[in-house]
Design a protein around this ligand. Structure first.
Ligand SMILES: [Zn+2]
Length: 215
């Protein structure tokens, strides 16, 4: 089974990717992870990526597609994969389709985890970081709002700049603008399945598996 996991910041995409990977027994390919690995392994593309990043620039789609290609050709991906973090723009989607053609892969699906924007804003603005142990928690998920469940220190939570409402609203806006064309593009190919991304981790996971099996 070949899947692309798609969802707004805060929707719990990474968590779902990990669970699906273990339940379906196919590797979770996070573009962030494979990029770091390529740099560490000093592959030809990893070296190129490192140069670009050392200059403070973003790794191009071309390099990223090359690293994805190297990974998907690996033995561990021969029965499928869950791709997380790519494609995020229409240009990337077109490049990804070309890669699928090159690798002779026709069957893949995009799972779009949807969630109400206000709910996501609420979830993300409730994040606090402990200034003592630096762990991040969601106020909705811990027992005491001023006590760290990890190191037990009190009154040491701060809200990071990235978790402030204005920053989050802007990230969600950028996400929507970039990803809407990707969804439209794959919808025309009948490759999108929409799953309600609200609920507990287990509920969402069951929904994904149910939808996959009924597709
Ligand atoms: Zn702590």
């Amino acid at each position: 089974m070949r899947l692309i996991l798609f969802g707004a910041p805060g929707v719990g995409k990474g968590t779902q990717a990990k669970i699906l990977s273990s339940k379906l027994n196919i590797p979770h390919i996070s573009t962030g992870d494979i990029l770091r690995q390529a740099v560490k392994d000093q592959t030809p593309l990893g070296k190129k990526a490192k140069e670009v990043m050392n200059r403070g620039e973003l790794v191009s789609d071309e390099i990223m597609i090359g690293i994805i290609k190297d990974t998907l050709q690996g033995e561990h991906c021969k029965n499928g994969f869950i791709l997380d973090g790519f494609p995020r723009t229409l240009e990337q989607a077109k490049a990804f389709d070309k890669l699928m053609k090159d690798l002779n892969i026709k069957d893949f699906l995009l799972i779009s985890l949807s969630a109400d924007e206000e709910e996501l804003v609420n979830r993300l603005t409730n994040r606090r970081q402990c200034q003592v142990c630096h762990n991040i928690f969601n106020l909705d998920e811990i027992k005491y709002s001023s006590k760290c469940p990890n190191c037990r220190s009190e009154n040491n939570f701060i809200q990071r700049e990235d978790d402030k409402e204005e920053v989050i609203r802007n990230r969600l806006k950028v996400y929507k603008e970039n990803t809407k064309p990707v969804l439209d593009y794959y919808e025309k190919q009948d490759k999108v399945i929409y799953v309600n991304g609200l609920g507990t981790i287990e509920e969402i996971n069951s929904r994904i598996l149910f939808t996959l099996h009924s597709k």
